[in-house]
Design a protein around this ligand. Structure first.
Ligand SMILES: [Zn+2]
Length: 557
């Protein structure tokens, strides 16, 4: 009988081992070069791939760090790697693995001098013993009076191997300048080729399929391709304040199984929905299909995709036995039917973040069908707001509402609309942001109801609130909530600077005259909303005393 091949979902992921990688650099005639090693094609893990030198930590690296590491204290190393303890071992492992795998020795002698090439060649015989594990690196350093200088290695990146691979590593990446007179040579066992190469050349070969590299290697090569010199690359690495962990995730969808890295739109949602890394989560935002996001929350995308709504409006179901619907969406019979079908007999409350026509018109329809209570803030009297949204209960800022098994807290966030409210689910610190923060595009601020200064104040407010993840009105869940909000604030300030620059150039101008200056390369469909946000910026500048309105025109104050 032939054993059944397990489905990918049944293959357990191996334990994750701590590891380090060393990106060696040198200044070449055509720019910064880096050293790539070709792994033996026979290797179980990434056979035939081109990799930077590196490998897993061993227990002894900790002992060696205690006695043979200078230039970085345990406290500094732990802070740099954001670890509670034991970070210095990565510096030792980095130097050990580099020597074992490619024969380049980054250690220094007793007088803090780099080891000369001629001396390294006399030590070459020891390499095989170190590789085989018959010689301890700590003892070897001792015997040759060598030490590792922490300043020779600049920590700059952090990657974890995706799930369901034969080996998984939690790898810290270091940059180091290669000693100018030492030569790289593969060990002939794990690595069969050593090659100095320009990062963009390696990327072209990787694209052409002749130099296979892992995700992480590709991203590191892209970053290296920007560096003008080894000094510049090292300085850039040392100037990084925080280094986020990149833990690629795998999910299923229309294009089959796909891997996502930090920076890809679905990355944080996949991690949130699939914390055990089953790889069976989904990445498509499909209207009409309810997706469970966690124990308390599911999401249904409305069938109203478009330039202003992205993949469609997100309708959320919140609760366990009894349900609240957050942002029921447009008055679309299919969507309303899908909400009623999913929430059959359980919908007790309908919350609206605001009353734009893509968010609230279904609210009255759901309330009529279920008797649910409508909750939110009343909209301004304007055709741009859905006048059918008449809340049964008007929420106050900071008000907490018990919904059977879960608790929601309201947060008044005017700016996009004066009645805009965000809701925080206390159990998981998920924040439903409606159109205050949306994924994939910036929010339109349309005066007179939209107000740029209120909007910026409301963004600042989110920075003072503990948020684990953002559930926006459009697009995927958004992680790194505070970083994302800071980026939005920065983006608006940058845009305001552009408006001031344009005003200086034009002396006096209306919105129509300014829009192409402030928003170059604008798609025609986004021209009208861009003009609204531009007017909001101008009105804020007038309020701030930086500009003066003269009829429909504006000039610098
Ligand atoms: Zn809106």
């Amino acid at each position: 009988m032939i054993a059944a091949v397990p489905e990918p979902s049944q293959v357990p992921s191996p334990p994750i081992r701590l590891a380090c990688t060393v990106v060696l650099l040198r200044d070449g005639a055509d720019g910064v070069e880096t050293l790539l090693l070709r792994r033996t094609p026979a290797a179980v893990f990434m056979g035939g791939y081109y990799v930077f030198p590196g490998g897993a930590l061993v227990d002894e690296d900790h002992d060696a760090a205690r006695d043979h590491l200078v230039g970085v204290t345990p406290a500094q190393a732990n802070a740099r790697l954001a670890l509670a303890d034991g970070a210095t071992a990565f510096w030792i492992a980095a130097v050990r693995e580099t020597f074992e795998e490619c024969g380049i020795l980054l250690a220094r002698d007793r007088d803090a001098r780099a080891v000369s090439a001629s001396r390294v060649s006399t030590l070459a015989a020891d390499r095989a013993a170190l590789n085989a594990g018959t010689q301890s690196f700590k003892a070897w350093l001792e015997r040759h009076a060598l030490r590792v200088d922490g300043g020779d290695l600049a920590y700059f990146d952090h990657w974890i191997t995706p799930p369901k691979r034969p080996r998984r590593f939690d790898t810290r990446f270091f940059l180091a300048r290669a000693p100018h007179d030492q030569h790289a040579s593969p060990d002939g066992i794990e690595t069969v080729d050593a090659r100095w190469i320009l990062p963009h050349e390696a990327l072209s070969l990787a694209d052409a399929g002749t130099m296979p590299v892992a995700n992480a290697t590709q991203f590191v090569l892209q970053r290296l391709a920007q560096a003008s010199s080894v000094d510049a690359a090292l300085a850039a690495a040392r100037s990084l304040e925080t280094i986020a962990c990149n833990r690629p995730c795998v999910a299923q969808g229309g294009a089959g199984a796909r891997t996502f890295v930090r920076g890809d739109a679905p990355y944080h949602e996949i991690h949130w929905c699939d914390p055990d890394e089953s790889t069976q989560g989904t990445y498509d935002l499909v209207p009409g299909i309810v997706k469970r996001l966690d124990r308390h929350v599911s999401r249904l995308v409305a069938p109203n995709p478009g330039p202003m709504t992205g993949p469609g409006t997100n309708t959320y179901f919140v609760g366990d036995r009894e349900l609240a619907v957050v942002d029921p969406g447009p008055s679309d019979d299919r969507h309303v039917a899908a909400i009623l079908a999913h929430g059959a007999g359980r919908i007790r409350w309908v919350f609206c973040t605001h009353a734009h026509h893509d968010h609230s018109p279904a609210a009255a329809m759901i309330a009529r069908a279920t008797g649910a209570e409508l909750i939110g803030m009343p909209p301004p009297r304007s055709s741009r707001h859905d006048q059918t949204f008449v809340p049964d209960r008007i929420v106050g800022d900071g008000e907490t509402m018990n919904l059977g098994d879960v608790v929601l807290t309201a947060l008044h966030t005017p700016g996009h609309a004066p009645n805009h409210v965000c809701f925080r689910l206390e159990a998981t610190r998920m924040l439903f942001t409606g159109d205050h923060v949306m994924q994939g595009s910036t929010v339109v601020i349309a005066p007179p109801e939209g107000n740029m200064r209120d909007y910026l104040d409301s963004l600042e407010r989110l920075l003072r609130i503990d948020v684990a993840i953002i559930a926006p009105g459009h697009g995927y869940l958004i992680g790194d909530a505070h970083d994302e909000v800071r980026k939005l604030i920065q983006h608006r300030r940058w845009r305001e600077e552009r408006v001031l620059d344009a005003l200086l150039r034009h002396r006096e101008a209306d919105v129509e005259m300014l829009v192409d200056d402030v928003y170059p390369d604008l798609r025609a469909v986004l021209r009208a909303p861009a003009m609204q946000s531009l007017r909001a910026h101008l009105l804020k500048l007038v309020e701030d005393g930086k500009a003066i309105a003269v009829g429909d025109r504006y000039r610098i104050a």
